[in-house]
Design a protein around this ligand. Sequence first.
Ligand code: TXE
Length: 494
Amino acid sequence: MNQSDIDTLRSQVLSPRSHFIGGRWVAASEGGQRDVLSPIDGAVLTQIAEGTPADMEAAIAAARAAFEDGRWSRRAPAERKKVLLKLADLIEKHALELAVLGVRDNGTEITMAMKAEPMSAAGTFRYYAEAIDKVYGQIAPTADSVLGLIHHAPVGVVGAIVPWNMPLMIGSWKLAPALATGNSVVLKPAESASLSLLKLAELAAEAGVPDGVLNVVTGSGRVVGEKLALSMDVDIMVFTGSGATGRRLLEYSARSNMKRCYLELGGKSPNIVFNDAPDLSEAAKVSAGGIFRNAGQICIAGSRLLVQEDIHDEFVAELVKHAEAMRVGNPLDLDTQIGAVHSISELESNLDFVAKAEAEGAERRTGDGRILEETGGYYMAPTVMTGVKPTDNLFQNEVFGPVLSVTPFKDEEEAIRLANSTVYGLSSGVWTSNLSRAHRMIAGIRAGVVHVNTYGGSDLTVPLGGVRQSGNGHDKSLHAFEKYLDLKTAWIKL
Ligand code: TXE
């Protein structure tokens, strides 16, 4: 990747996009379109179809028809594998185009986007493609007079709703295992980050995913998202986004066909630094990256720093130094380390969090609020707030922006108590050179992930998911297959 290749793509005019239903590009049934604003400069990038309930019904019907006639669901796993491997190759071939498209749409810095979006998506499709012809059923240990077979059957039609942060990566975490296992999918991207997923649907068709197996409907969550989740003909929902929407999906499920809902929600992840951390300077640098990259818009961001009191001042000073050295700017410049905040409403919400924290007595150690306003884009300086009390709004609630909350602690027991004193349980970090303490912390912290002496960074071999109000169900790893396959018993009298 070099700057001149990026520059060729950054100002390309984008034509308005339609839904992708039944293998065809289809305009919204009422002709509606929605402007897509770029967070880089606040300008209109293009338009997407403003989906209607009728559009969503058409997509669900296409997915159901494709599932029932077996055009994909009854293909040999080895054949599905071939198609999905081809899709992985196509994603890689179009990686820069996909990355730049996504960045123009959602503002992630290009260096991170390239790795975390197309390259990770290609790896995800490859991983599940390679795995699917290695999943066996079971024979039950029955008496000789019967044969008990345990099959893994695809669930049917999967409804997938994804957010605007890392849409290709998160979308692929859901699409790849869902498609590998033979399901049909209806995908509803976020209103404000649909473009790279629409391109993915185009590439899937080129790779040979049959018509109707992958459908993408764009538009409002409250209209098309709700229609999808309320459908009697959708078998499971997989979702990443806010807790408020997750709660609604459960309600829609109860009001319709009681479909299973797998929810990946927000977090307020504690990053805990003990005075015996192996390298405090490294811990400060990685902790700054763990909250500020992608302008803090990462579900697992280490947004709540807990520091042992005797190293608090020294550690905060080092961390502030790293925060101030990070370059905030146009996400399509290769030397940018922190890109744009996704939307003006997110930016306003971030600033509001900081103002409330100050009103509650926290001290702003660095962060000048909105910056680079002259660009028309939405940029915010990385912000460190110290003296945040466990009862404060900033301690308890997810900002989803470049704002770090810092609280001192005395000992291990207090660290665990503070770590567990929000409603969330997504990610966490522990910095210590005491192995026994590390294991006690892993056991004590209620979270889906505990990083030790690092923060962030993992691969597909391990699951990612939360506990408590951070959700249920896991993306990534072979465990993800469990969501998309039903157990089916055959009991045969011999
Ligand atoms: O989420 P929403 P948003 C958190 C983060 C962020 C906040 C809001 O705190 O500031 O959520 O983000 C669709 N029925 N996270 O607005 O609204 C919507 O169209 C069905 C954490 O993006 O939940 C979009 O496709 N669908 C997080 C998707 O839900 C509905 C990732 C997510 O939108 C719907 C993102 C409805 N009634 C945000 N309403 C993480 N953990 O990574 C909305 N949608």
